[in-house]
Write a protein that binds this ligand. Structure first.
Ligand code: BGC
Length: 740
C-alpha cells in the first residue's frame, strides 16, 4: 500500500494541471515567448556570494544584473527566507518574470544535522533514513530552498576516497534501497508541497570509482561493470521520479561524464526515458578543457549540451557560448528548447509561477529553527547508526554508577566537528551541538565523576599533553577514548592515502593502555579507518562516525545501554591500504585462497590475511542472536516461480535488540563470472530477549539477472547458493537449481 502511494505520488510529476492547462502546455507557451538568450539563461546556475562550495569566479554585481535580465535560471548557496526573497525579487524584474530555483547541498540534515550518510547507511534502517530526509526537506524548504543536491548514490569500494562519507557504501543493492528512501523523504508528498524539495541523484556516473580513491580522478571500467555495479541506483532513482540528476567530474573510459552521450543521452534520457533535467557538477563543463576533451569554452559548451547537460553550474560557459553556437548552426536550437523545457517544468511543478516567494516564509523558517522534535529524532537516529565492533568480556554497556570515568581524546569536547562534512546551515551556531563529554556527563550517575583530558590534537606530532592524560586515566575505573580522523578529513577533495588515526593519537592510545585500565574506544570518522593495533588490543570499540547535532547524547545512549547497538557496516574495513579495494562481492578468480592464510599459488598477498579486518554487514549487539531452521520452499525451481526462504532468529542474550538479517545469493556458473556473494535482501527486526522470530524472504528470477558482455540483462538456468546470515562472512547456505 505504502509503495503504491509512493509510485502514485511520483507518477503525477509533469502531469499535474495548473488552471485548465497542463504543465507541458504552459511550458510550450512560455518557450514560444522566450528569446534564445532567455532560454539559455534558464540553463545557467551561479553560486551565492556568502560562501562557495567550489572554486568560484566571483563577480557578484554582474550576476545580480544578469538575474534582472532573465539570464540566470538558478542560484545555489543562497538560503534563508530573507535572502531568497531578495534574489527572487531581482528575477521578478526580468521581462518574463521567470522565478529562480534555489539549490543547496542538504546532505545529512539541514538545521538539525544527522549522522554522515555512511553512518546512516550503517543503520540499515530505511524508514529512519527516509524520515531524516523528510525532516531535512521540511527544514530546508522553510529556509527558502527548493532543491537539494542529494542523494549521492555513488557506489564506492575505496575508503581512501573522502566522499565515501556521503554515500551508502560498497553495495549496489543496499545503495539503491537507501537512495530510494532518501528521494522519497526529500520529495515527500510530491513537488509543490511546501515541505518538499527537489532531489538530485548524483554524481552521474561512477564518480565513486575514481582510480586510487583520489577525488576527481579518472574512471576506467567495462560497460558491464558500469551497468551492473554503478548505474542501478541511478536507474532506480530515475524510475522513482527523482526531480533532477547531477553529472560528475570524472571521465568514464576517456569521455568526461559531463559530455557523455552514452550515459546521459542513450541511457538516462533515452532508454530510461527520464524527463527531469541534468545539472553539471560545479565547473565540470569548463573542466573538460583541462581534461583535454574540449579545446576551449566554446567547444566545452557544445560538447556538454550535445552530451545532455541541461544546466551549467558555475562554469559560466553556457551563456557566453551557447547563443552563438546555435546561431552558427553548431548546436540545434531544439537541444536548448529541450533543456529549458525540462527546467521550466520543474519550476511549474514547484508552484513557483503561482507564487515565486512561496518558500520564503519567515514564520515557517522560525518553526524549523532548532526544532525539538527533529532533534529528538536525530538523537535516536544517531544511536542507530553506531556500529559495535568489539565487546570483549561484555565490558559494554557501561554502568551509570561506575565511580570514575576518564574521557580522553581530541574529540571529547568537540561540538561543531560532530556535524561532519557538509553542514552548510551551520556557521557559528555551535551552542546547540551536544559534545561527547556533555552527552556522557548528562547520563552518568550524579555520584560518579567524569574526568577529561585531551591528550593530543587531531593532527600534529605534539605529545606534551600525554602525561596529563595518563595521570587522568590512572585515577579512573574506566577510560573512554575518543579518537579517529578530523571531521573535515573526509568529504569532497578529502582523499587520504593513509587512513589510520591521524597525528599521534595511536601513540596516545598505547600510552593509556599501559595503565592497564579497561578502555572503551569510540572511533570518529567519515570513512572506514585502519586501526589494527586498537582492534587487536582494546576490549571495546564503537564506531561512531560523525553523528550530528545530538552526537553526544546518541553516543551516551549506546554506551550506557539505553539503546542496544544494531548498526552493521555498509563497507568492508581493510587491514591495510595495500588491500584496497577490498569488497565482499568480488569474483572468485581461478585460484581462490582456501582460507585466510592460504598462500599456495593462490590469489592472495603473501604478507596479509585475505579477508578484511571487518566484513561488509558486520556489527555486534549487546545481546546474542542465533540463526536456525533455514527453510526453502523448493530446491528445484522452474521459470517465474518464487522461492520462499525463511530462517528463525532467536535472541539468546540478556537484552532486547535489533538484528539485520541478510540474504545473499551466488550464481555458481554463468556466461560471465559472477560474484561470490550478492546481497539480495535484508530485514531489520526487533527481538525481545528470550524470544525468536521467523524471518521470510522471497526471491524471483528478477533478482538473478545480470549484465552479460553485450549488456543483455537476463538470468540463466543453473545452480545458485542461497545464503542467510548476520554478516557477509557468517551465513548458512543451501543450494538450489533454477531452470528457465
Ligand atoms: C560537488 C557536488 C555539490 C556541488 C555544489 C561540487 O563540488 O561535487 O556534490 O553538489 O559542488 O556544492
Amino acid at each position: 500500500m505504502k509503495r503504491v502511494y509512493f509510485l502514485l505520488a511520483f507518477s503525477t510529476l509533469g502531469m499535474s494541471t495548473y488552471g485548465q492547462k497542463t504543465i507541458d502546455q504552459k511550458v510550450a507557451e512560455l518557450l514560444a515567448k522566450m528569446t534564445l538568450e532567455e532560454k539559455v539563461g534558464q540553463m545557467v546556475q551561479y553560486s551565492g556570494f556568502e560562501y562557495a562550495t567550489g572554486p568560484q569566479q566571483s563577480n557578484s554585481a554582474a550576476v545580480l544584473e544578469e538575474i534582472k535580465k532573465g539570464k540566470v535560471g538558478s542560484m545555489l548557496n543562497v538560503a534563508g527566507s530573507e535572502e531568497t526573497r531578495a534574489f527572487q525579487k531581482l528575477a521578478m524584474q526580468s521581462r518574463l518574470k521567470i522565478p529562480l530555483l534555489f539549490g543547496q547541498d542538504v546532505i545529512h540534515g539541514y538545521r538539525t544535522t544527522f549522522p554522515v550518510n555512511l553512518g546512516q547507511a550503517a543503520s540499515w534502517d530505511l524508514g529512519m533514513i527516509e524520515k531524516s530526509e523528510r525532516i531535512a526537506a521540511t527544514e530546508a524548504a522553510a529556509y527558502g530552498i527548493h532543491w537539494t543536491f542529494a542523494p549521492m548514490v555513488d557506489i564506492a569500494r575505496d575508503p581512501r576516497w573522502g566522499r565515501v562519507m556521503e554515500g551508502s557504501g560498497e553495495d549496489t543493492y543496499l545503495g539503491t534501497k537507501i537512495g530510494l528512501a532518501r528521494i522519497k523523504g526529500f520529495q515527500g508528498r510530491g513537488l509543490g508541497s511546501l515541505d518538499a524539495v527537489m532531489a538530485c541523484a548524483k554524481h552521474f556516473a561512477a564518480y565513486g570509482a575514481a582510480v586510487g580513491g583520489r577525488d576527481y580522478n579518472s574512471v576506467d571500467m567495462s560497460l558491464r561493470q558500469l551497468n551492473e555495479t554503478y548505474l542501478p541506483p541511478f536507474k532506480a532513482a530515475a524510475e522513482a521520479g527523482v526531480a533532477t540528476f547531477m553529472n560528475s567530474f570524472n571521465d568514464i573510459n576517456g569521455i568526461p561524464a559531463t559530455a557523455n552521450q552514452y550515459i546521459q543521452r542513450d541511457l538516462l534520457k533515452g532508454k530510461w526515458n527520464y524527463k527531469g533535467f541534468v545539472v553539471s557538477d560545479w565547473g565540470s563543463i569548463g573542466e573538460m578543457i583541462p581534461h583535454g576533451y574540449a579545446r576551449d569554452a566554446n567547444e566545452a559548451a557544445e560538447k556538454a549540451i550535445q552530451g545532455g547537460s541541461d544546466m551549467d553550474m558555475e562554469s559560466r560557459v553556457y551563456m557566453a557560448q551557447l547563443p552563438k553556437l546555435v546561431k552558427e548552426g553548431k548546436v540545434d536550437a531544439k537541444l536548448v528548447d529541450d533543456a529549458t523545457g525540462r527546467i521550466l517544468t520543474r519550476k511549474f511543478e514547484m508552484g513557483l509561477f503561482d507564487d515565486p516567494y512561496r518558500f520564503s516564509n519567515e514564520k515557517r523558517q522560525k518553526e524549523q529553527t532548532d526544532n525539538r522534535e527533529n532533534r529528538k529524532f536525530g538523537r535516536e537516529f544517531g544511536s542507530k547508526s553506531i556500529v559495535l565492533l568489539k565487546n570483549q568480556g561484555n565490558i559494554l554497556p557501561l554502568s551509570k554508577t561506575v565511580k570514575t570515568v576518564a574521557l580522553i581524546g581530541p574529540f571529547a569536547k568537540e561540538t561543531v566537528a560532530n556535524h561532519g562534512f557538509w553542514s552548510i546551515a551551520f556557521k557559528d551556531d555551535n551552542q546547540r551541538i551536544v559534545s561527547q563529554f556533555d552527552g556522557i556527563k548528562n547520563q552518568l550517575d550524579k555520584n560518579s565523576t567524569l574526568m577529561y583530558a585531551k591528550g593530543c590534537n587531531v593532527d600534529d606530532q605534539d605529545k606534551s599533553q600525554f602525561s596529563e592524560a595518563v595521570e587522568t586515566a590512572k585515577k579512573a575505573d574506566v577510560v573512554i577514548m575518543t579518537l579517529g580522523e578530523g571531521h573535515a578529513m573526509s568529504g569532497e577533495a578529502k582523499s587520504r592515502s593513509n587512513i589510520g588515526f591521524t597525528g599521534v593519537q595511536e601513540d596516545l592510545l598505547k600510552e593509556i593502555a599501559k595503565t592497564g585500565k579497561p578502555i572503551i574506544l569510540m572511533v570518529n570518522a567519515g570513512r572506514p579507518l585502519i586501526f589494527n593495533w586498537a582492534s587487536d588490543n582494546i576490549p571495546a570499540i564503537m564506531y561512531t562516525w560523525w553523528l550530528g547535532t545530538e552526537a553526544g547524547n546518541s553516543i551516551a545512549d549506546v554506551l550506557f545501554g539505553t539503546v542496544n547497538p544494531g548498526g552493521k557496516l555498509p563497507m568492508s574495513f581493510p587491514r591495510t591500504e595495500g588491500q584496497i579495494p577490498v569488497y565482499y562481492n568480488h569474483f572468485n578468480t581461478g585460484r581462490p585462497a582456501k582460507n585466510n592464510t592460504d598462500r599456495n599459488y593462490v590469489s592472495a598477498y603473501i604478507d596479509l590475511d585475505n579477508d578484511p579486518k571487518y566484513p561488509f554487514g558486520y556489527g555486534l549487539s549487546y545481546t546474542d542472536f542465533k540463526y536456525s531452521d533455514m527453510i526453502l520452499s523448493s530446491v528445484n525451481l522452474t521459470g517465474n516461480q518464487t522461492l520462499n526462504i525463511s530462517v528463525t532468529v532467536s535472541n539468546t542474550g540478556k537484552y532486547d535488540g535489533e538484528e539485520v538479517v541478510q540474504l545473499y545469493i551466488r550464481d555458481l556458473f554463468g556466461k560471465v563470472v559472477r560474484p561470490v556473494k550478492e546481497l539480495k535482501g535484508f530485514q531489520k527486526i526487533f527481538i525481545k530477549k528470550g524470544e525468536s522470530k521467523k524471518v521470510d524472504f522471497k526471491l524471483t528470477p528478477e533478482e538473478l539477472k545480470f549484465f552479460d558482455e553485450d549488456l543483455n540483462f537476463d538470468w540463466e538456468s543453473g545452480e545458485f547458493d542461497i545464503m542467510i546470515g548476520t554478516h557477509s562472512q557468517n551465513v548458512q547456505t543451501k543450494r538450489i537449481n533454477w531452470v528457465k
